[in-house]
Each structure stands twice: as C-alpha cells, then as structure tokens.
Design a protein around this ligand. Structure first.
Ligand SMILES: *Cc1c(COP(=O)(O)O)cnc(C)c1O
Length: 366
C-alpha cells in the first residue's frame, strides 16, 4: 500500500519520441511557439541579469510591470506577473475555487483550464460550442450558483477561433457578480489589430474580470517563462497570496522587459506569421483539407474523410519524411484533427508538400 495522492497521475502525451529516421533536424510545430530566436538586445539583457544572479532581484517584477503598464496604457499596480501565464491560471483557481465549486470553460477550451480545475479539486463544467467557437449564450446558460470561475481563451487553443469583443462584453455583463471571468489572451497579438487593447478595457468596467497575457507566443520567449495578468486593484494582493514569492526568475524578467522595447521587430514577426497563416490555410484548402479559420499562430486542420487512425498515420508521416512534430488533438470531438504552428515560409511549404505526398500515397493504396 502506498500513500494516496489527491491527483491522478499525469498521462504523458504520446508525442513522437524516437530519432528522426533520415537524420533530419526535428522541427517541433506542436507547441505554438514562434520560429525565431530571441533578438540580440534580449540576449544581452539576459546576460546582464545573469551576472547579478546572486540576487533575488525583484519578487514583484517592478521594472517589468512598469514597462507593461507603459506599453498597454494600464496601471502597474493592477498587474501581476507569473512564471508563464500558466502559473497565473493556477493562481486564480487557487484563490477562488475549491472542492464543490464549479469552473466553467468552453467545450474545446484550453487543456490547462481542465488541469488547473483538477489541481484545486473543483468540478469542471463545459459549455457547448458552435462551429468550434465559444458560445456566450451557452456559457451563460451553464452558470450555476456553484460557478466560481469562467476560463475563456480568445483566440482559443487548440481551435484558433475567437469571439468578438462585443460578445466578451455580453458575457461579462451577463455573469453574476460572484463569478470570476478570466480572459486568456495568449494569442491576442495574432488577432485583429487592437483586439488586446479592447479586451483590457473590460477590467475598467468589471471588478471580476482578469486578463492573462504571455511572452511565450508573439514575443517568442516560451523557454524563459514570463506571463502577466491585469485585474482590478482589490484582487492584486489576493493573487499574490496564491503565487510563490520568486516564481518569475530574474532572467525571465530581464528578457521580457527587453523585448517590450523591441515592439517594431515583434510586430514584424507577428505580421509574417499572420500572412503565412492565410497562405497556408489556403494551400491546405486547395489540397481538400478542412481548416478551421484561425486567429492565432497555428492552424487546426483535418483531411476531410480522415479517421483518427488516418490522422495518426499522417502525424507519423510528417515526422518520418520531414522531421515535423505536429500536435495530435485528442480532445473528444477533435480526434481527427491535427494542429501545427506556422513556421518560416520555407518550412511551411515543406509541411504542405509532405501532407500532399501523404494524400497521394493514400490515393494509390485505394
Ligand atoms: C500557450 C498558452 C498559454 C501560455 O502559456 P505560458 O505559461 O504563458 O507559456 C496560455 N493560454 C493558452 C490558451 C495557451 O495556448
């Protein structure tokens, strides 16, 4: 007999875990990362911070919060930074939900929302979607007196879909005052221009709204681990009570602060990814795939008549032929889909060609 854990063991996803058979470089397009390395000024800032590594630095990320406040036109006192925004999702759940409480998400909501719910022992409730898109009507209809937190990502992962800011207002207006609404903008920079700025305005009007942002996606610093949230002033000391003291390490703070000074370069990279998104969605459409319209830096697609087994074979083919690791979406209802982040144009072309060769081989088998 062993000590009994409160949590189920993590089911380590069956990612491809073998050498690339042709010895090609492996390109992981399964994590929604940016394909560009950090800018020189960011590397410089990391080096400078590393030389002061004997110091705890700033537990409350003072310089980073000031830079974020300036960039986003909000109050630095209404910002909390985290070890990635993933940590902040956990922090919110720890603050507001326990066993017996309900956490509400959308049908194909981000997997971390589900994991966070389990960690605090709360009950997960899912509201149905329409055309792989969150439905405010369905979310509001699913609220009960036990609902404590609603987590909603726009654009969403894994679907890439988003709902307009007007719908987010309708959701915030319609929720009872005892419910926290977390609006996760991890991919907001890839949505229509001004989307993030407009969503932040919801915090001014609603004391129960929290916006989460990250440096992992558009800012290309996934490995450094920096995220932040924007919330009403009353909530900030409560959020800190649930966050570890030194979770945002000094190198992450320095890198994130430095990249904010490179907005032009960041915008240019984001613009390239957005134009690749349009181009590659078109190319896959030409091949006859179903591509869910994406507002993020990735696409979710399927071969039209594919069973989950066919998709499994496609995923293997992409790895064996060209070294691509794509994401298998295993969520119920998304089994025949796969998801990949847009990469450099030449690699996106290789991916499309490789999907074409898979389809050609399938035709010949018939
Ligand atoms: C990637 C992602 C995040 C960000 O995670 P970090 O911990 O900031 O790296 C948050 N939400 C969604 C929906 C994501 O896909």
């Amino acid at each position: 007999m062993r000590p009994a854990p409160y949590l189920e063991p993590t089911n380590l996803r069956g990612r491809i875990n073998r050498p690339q058979p042709k010895g090609l470089p492996v390109i992981n397009v399964g994590f929604n990362e940016l394909p560009y390395p950090p800018l020189a000024s960011v590397l410089q800032a990391i080096e400078t911070a590393a030389k002061q590594g004997q110091s705890y630095g700033s537990p409350h990320c003072d310089a980073l919060r000031d830079a974020l406040a300036l960039r986003n036109g909000i109050d630095a006192e209404q910002i909390v930074c985290g070890n990635g925004s993933e940590e902040l999702l956990d922090v919110v759940a720890r603050c507001f939900a326990r066993t017996g409480d309900e956490i509400l998400i959308s049908q194909y909501g981000y997997i971390q929302f589900e994991l966070t719910t389990k960690r605090v022992g709360a009950t997960l409730v899912k509201a149905p979607e329409v055309a792989f898109t969150s439905s405010v009507g369905a979310l509001l209809a699913a609220v009960t007196p036990k609902t404590r937190v609603v987590f909603l990502a726009n654009p969403n992962n894994p679907t890439g879909t988003l709902i307009p800011v007007s719908e987010l207002h309708r959701l915030a207006d319609g929720l009872p005052r005892h419910v926290i609404l977390v609006l996760d903008l991890a991919y907001g920079e890839f949505a229509v221009e001004g989307y993030c700025a407009d969503v932040h305005r919801l915090v001014d009007a609603h004391e129960n709204v929290i916006i989460t942002r990250t440096f992992s996606k558009a800012y290309g610093l996934a490995g450094l681990r920096a995220g932040w949230c924007h919330a009403s002033a009353w909530m900030i000391p409560i959020l800190y009570a649930a966050r570890g003291m030194g979770t945002v390490n000094a190198l992450a703070q320095a890198a994130a602060t430095a990249v904010l000074a490179e907005q032009k370069q960041v915008d240019a990279r984001v613009a390239t990814i957005i134009s690749e998104r349009t181009r590659i969605a078109g190319a896959l459409g030409q091949l006859g795939l179903k591509v869910v319209p994406s507002h993020a830096n990735f696409l979710m697609a399927r071969i039209r008549d594919a069973s989950p087994q066919t998709t499994e074979k496609l995923v293997e083919h992409l790895f064996d032929q060209e070294g691509f690791i794509v994401n298998r979406t295993r969520e119920q209802g998304l089994e025949p889909f796969f998801r990949f982040s847009l990469h450099l144009p030449e690699n996106n072309d290789r991916l499309v060609d490789c999907i074409r060769s898979f389809q050609d081989a399938r035709q010949e088998d018939r």
